[in-house]
Design a binder for this molecule. Structure first.
Ligand code: NI
Length: 174
């Protein structure tokens, strides 16, 4: 699936590293979690399933159980769908990074890619902005995440307003 591809994982890894360094969080825990966070993408309840798979992989590699559980918690709490609240700074950071990659220009590009994969129209994608993308800024949990999210959110709003104007009217100013 190209909207949830290797590029997404790379960007999330870059974001968590940046945020963790600024927030004084455990970089190794959150980078490991970012690398494995979507490993069960496409399965129902992918956050929980990805956490289970990550536990198996990390145990097999011989990581200490405490480290494994800290990573697994980040993964199971990264998505709204699991209904697991982030309890650690690292879990909040992964949640923020995954949301930041659904915001700004990259978020718009991914939303339309995702729609294309499912045969959804431009109008239907605009509803996805209202239902999800425009709400992401308020869900950001860390100070650094909110700083990074501010201009991404503003860009989403501007794009949304322009698209709506061009769809239902003529131009934004008319
Ligand atoms: Ni993700």
């Amino acid at each position: 699936m190209s909207s949830h591809d290797r590029g997404h994982v790379k960007r999330v890894v870059r974001l968590v590293r940046y945020i963790a360094e600024r927030e004084g969080a455990d970089v190794e825990v959150v980078v490991t979690a970012a690398e494995l966070h979507d490993i069960a993408r496409g399965e129902p309840d992918h956050a929980r399933r990805s956490a289970e798979k990550a536990r198996e992989i990390l145990r097999r590699k011989g990581y200490a159980e405490e480290f494994v559980e800290r990573v697994a918690h980040c993964i199971e709490a990264h998505s709204f769908s699991s209904r697991v609240e982030p309890r650690t700074p690292e879990a909040s950071i992964l949640s923020d990074a995954d949301k930041l990659d659904a915001m700004g220009a990259i978020g718009i590009a991914r939303a339309f890619l995702y729609s294309g994969e499912r045969g959804r129209s431009v109008e239907e994608t605009l509803r996805h902005f209202e239902d999800k993308l425009l709400k992401l800024y308020d869900a950001l949990r860390t100070k650094t995440g909110r700083e990074l999210g501010r201009e991404r959110h503003q860009f989403l709003v501007e794009f949304y307003q322009r698209l709506e104007a061009e769809l239902w009217g003529i131009n934004r100013s008319t």
